[in-house]
Design a protein around this ligand. Structure first.
Ligand code: HEC
Ligand code: HEC
Length: 224
């Protein structure tokens, strides 16, 4: 009888205690929210409309939402010059010859608005999120020195589309065991001309020197 009462009290007062803690934390968060983002201007709003018009989220994530085909853009405007971003949006390959992002037909005016939008997003206080570009390469899994092939894999951003040991995009196949599926001839040939090996492949051809392709292939063959 007595112990039943004890349990009931524990339940009631324990419940009240944690409810109070929750209420304080919620109040604290609500107080901070208005200071977490800069003011939204007309230009930023217009940029958001352009963002929707071209369905950027079909390939990119922003604030954690979207697709994993292309890099997260939450903090891009803080890492890259705005003039570069504007030119990149108008014509990716001219701004960066290695770009794989398609030219979407974005006008100069639209690009300016998009950069204003990306700039606003990049200033939203996300409490340090994302901690690093989401599609970080295999450096994070391997301990110690990276092999030459791993460095090339990293510099060519293969992880935008491929997963290795659980990290990367999902547009292309998981490469964790690719070395047990493909041989040297196939891999090298495929890097230089993906469509020749896989009809209608959307993998971009790998733009790198023969020596780099050789090392990238060596690396792939270790993945078993
Ligand atoms: C079909 C997929 C696709 C769509 C749609 C797309 N992107 Fe991209 N985007 C990419 C890929 C892939 C990259 C990786 C860099 C590259 O091009 O190699 C990228 C890179 C970027 C970059 C980074 C450039 C750099 O050098 O860091 C920005 C900024 C960007 N995209 C903005 C946008 C915006 C804004 C839209 C919508 C108007 C958009 N993207 C639509 C695929 C896409
Ligand atoms: C824009 C996305 C994209 C990028 C970037 C990309 N790939 Fe791919 N990759 C694909 C797709 C899609 C396939 C499946 C079609 C094919 O096999 O061609 C593929 C297939 C492959 C395969 C064959 C896998 C198998 O089991 O058949 C290998 C190996 C590969 N990619 C390696 C790489 C490497 C290394 C890089 C960086 C230099 C890279 N990819 C960059 C999209 C991409």
């Amino acid at each position: 009888m007595n112990s039943n009462k004890g349990i009931r009290n524990l339940f009631i007062y324990g419940g009240l205690f944690f409810f109070a803690v929750m209420a304080v934390l919620t109040y604290d968060t609500m107080q901070q929210l208005p200071h977490r983002a800069p003011e939204i201007t007309d230009e930023v709003n217009a940029g958001k409309m352009v963002w929707h018009k071209y369905d950027c989220i079909g390939c990119h994530t922003i604030l954690g939402n979207g697709s994993y085909f292309a890099p997260d853009l939450t903090k891009t405007a803080q890492r890259k010059p705005h003039e570069y971003l504007k030119n990149f949006l108008i014509n990716p390959k001219i701004a960066n010859p290695k770009a794989t992002m398609p030219r979407l037909g974005i006008t100069e005016e639209e690009a300016g608005k998009l950069v204003a939008f990306l700039d606003w997003i990049s200033k939203v206080d996300t409490n340090g999120w994302p901690p690093k570009p989401i599609l970080a390469a295999p450096a994070m899994v391997s301990t110690g020195e990276l092999s030459a092939g791993q460095k090339i894999y990293q510099s060519l951003n293969c992880s935008e589309c491929h997963t290795l040991n659980g990290i990367g995009g999902t547009m292309g196949p998981d490469l964790t065991h690719v070395g047990s599926r493909r041989d040297r001839v196939w891999l090298k040939g495929h890097f230089k001309d993906p469509q020749k090996y896989v009809p209608d492949s959307v993998m971009p051809l790998v733009i790198a020197s023969d020596a780099d392709i050789e090392q990238l292939t060596d690396y792939m063959l270790t993945l078993k």
